[in-house]
Design a protein around this ligand. Sequence first.
Ligand code: AHN
Ligand code: ZN
Length: 341
Amino acid sequence: MAQKTRFQERFKSLVAVLALFSITTFTGCESTKESKEEPRTEPVLVNPPFFDADSAYGFVEQQVAFGPRVPNTRAHVMAGRWMVTKLEEYGAAVIEQEFNATSFDGRPMALKNIIGSFNPENKKRILLAAHWDSRPFADKDDERKDEAIDGANDGASGVGVLLEVARLISKQKPTIGIDIIFFDGEDWGNDTAFQDYVAVRDGWETWWCIGSQYWGKNPHKPNYSAYYGILLDMVGGKNAKFFVEGHSKQIAPSIVDKVWNTASRLGYSQYFITRDGGAITDDHYYVHKHRNIPMIDIIPTDPTDGTFGSFHHTHDDNMEIISKETLEAVGRTVLQVIYNE
Ligand code: AHN
Ligand code: ZN
């Protein structure tokens, strides 16, 4: 009995000492500033500005309200002008890169890549991109197959997140330079599962990603390079799952780790899944191929059925499938990464 009591007392005092220790180390964070500086082992994280999911959602809504952003339509022209105005309003130096191409089905496309640069004199740059055009048909739908889709997710979501990033950069400057590129002509591709195969011509490698293929060969500034790039494609769907895209892992493994680990620390591992998805030929592939910039693609791929989701290239790709939570998970993750470079 005496033995036990002595043990309990010793145990109690040990607990007391530990408690005191943890209090002093906890409050010690504040007091070390005045007293002696402890060497830090963990890097200090910069808090990025607050990503406003309502604002990002609003930017998606405003694009959809123009109508489908199909090249050679009034909606495409008007939406493009609006995006330039927004980037300029947020303090970016904007370059509009206009060029002409012909689609796989023989239609002329007047295309425009839009590049907004922040901190243009800084040598260390990060490239953030999304495509801004939307698909001219609903080839994967059962109805109204030849009508253009809203492209709320496929197109507008990535632009919406990046316009919110631009708005925040205008409020709190990051230390590095940022280029936001809205690629045109990404989505008028020849989907041979639903359309007859048409051989590529005019020097294109594929009918998809025309804007990034063009920009890769004709960058907005000669010899443009960036430390790395992040592409956002279909980043607004409800319950989206971003598996690790195949080319990203190949060409930019450390950026994949950085982004997926950051998402996990922020509590977004239900969106950013650390398992392999399929490899997608998307704009990041051409940015890397032509400019040798390591670039990742945040894109919902489902390795179980190999699709992007049932909304994809159908009329279901409208505002009803857009989730503020998903926009927020992607936006906060990207901001956390870029403000800590
Ligand atoms: C392929 O489907 C091979 N590439 C285009 C990816 C895409 C389509 N992203 C949005 N729409
Ligand atoms: Zn698409």
